[in-house]
Design a protein around this ligand. Sequence first.
Ligand code: ADP
Ligand code: MG
Length: 377
Amino acid sequence: MAFVELENVTKAYDGGWSAPVKALDRVSLTAEAGQWIAIMGPSGSGKTTLLNILGCLDQATEGVVRIDSVDTSTLTRAELARFRAETVGFVFQQFHLIPHLTALENVMLAQYFHSMTDEGEARRALDRVGLTDRARHLPSQLSGGEQQRVAIARALVNDPKIILADEPTGNLDATNEHIVLDLLADLHQQGSTILMVTHDEQVGRCADIRLDLEHGRIVETTHFSMEVNQDFDEVLEQLWADRERTFHVEPEHFTAAQQRKVVAMMARIGLVELRAGEVAFTPRGEARARSVIRRHRLAERLFMDVLAIRDEGSIEKNACTFEHILSPEVTDRICTFLGHPRTCPHGSPIPEGDCCLEARGAQLTTQLTNLQTSLLS
Ligand code: ADP
Ligand code: MG
């Protein structure tokens, strides 16, 4: 059985003189333990209502809501409150910290409502979000990003089975948005189930599954599996090669119709755009293409120069695998190890990384110093 199961869930609000408002209209969904799900959609589409029902803050008018095999529609208010405290950790856009309590006390308050306070455990929750040295600060003495991290520590302290986040990065600047997303990604890696409402495409991309709501209904479900990401990368590589007019071989595993579908999905999440019927990069798509081309060509260099593989087919096949799994850090290390090569074995340029720029900077400094020395002597 799935960890979260909604079957034909409807939530209607009294519309006064007019017809009832259906904030959710026969929504069905399932989520497995450990999945990260992004709930997206325009304002008023029912995102918060859905999250509140999942978090047992509210109950459905009709339909079945099962979380961890418990049918929450059958629980009394008191049972629901208990179930919520034991199962769910919330993160809100507005942080909702108590202003006159310190970071540590805010975390301990969540323990108090759950069972017993335990300062050591609360401190460990703050450690997990990187706020060890902020425990005694009041919310007003913390930045927005730090406040949201305290709120995440508070959500984590009771070891919830599911984390619900409503626009968790909605009030943060870009730097803090990254910190909070990295933190959620860590929790996801460690096995947490995360359901997150967001209207930001890039934030939504961190999830495994994206649900699009419109007028209280799920209109689209997108799975960002490893395979889909690889399909995106292949389209991006082809675009890059077309622009460079270099020859590019890709394993043929899409039909033209599949490719159109992949391109449409990429347009929706902002990796490409259609300009006069032509597929073109967005800046984000271009940056991702650059990165995947760099990984592919460096992998080719590595196989040919270091591992002395000479068979074209096997170089290509291995490079196509490696390009998807090399982290930026490992890529830069390979690049440095290879002496920042400018071209792949077929002569196509390898896009430069940060490591190449640093190396070039260092080289220039040495040349300048040498020049100075020779001028002075
Ligand atoms: P979102 O989070 O996507 O912006 P909400 O879930 O907050 O959307 O709201 C969905 C719809 O339900 C909206 O039309 C909203 O006006 C309505 N709604 C939400 N809460 C209530 C309420 N307590 N009473 C009446 N209508 C509500
Ligand atoms: Mg909302």
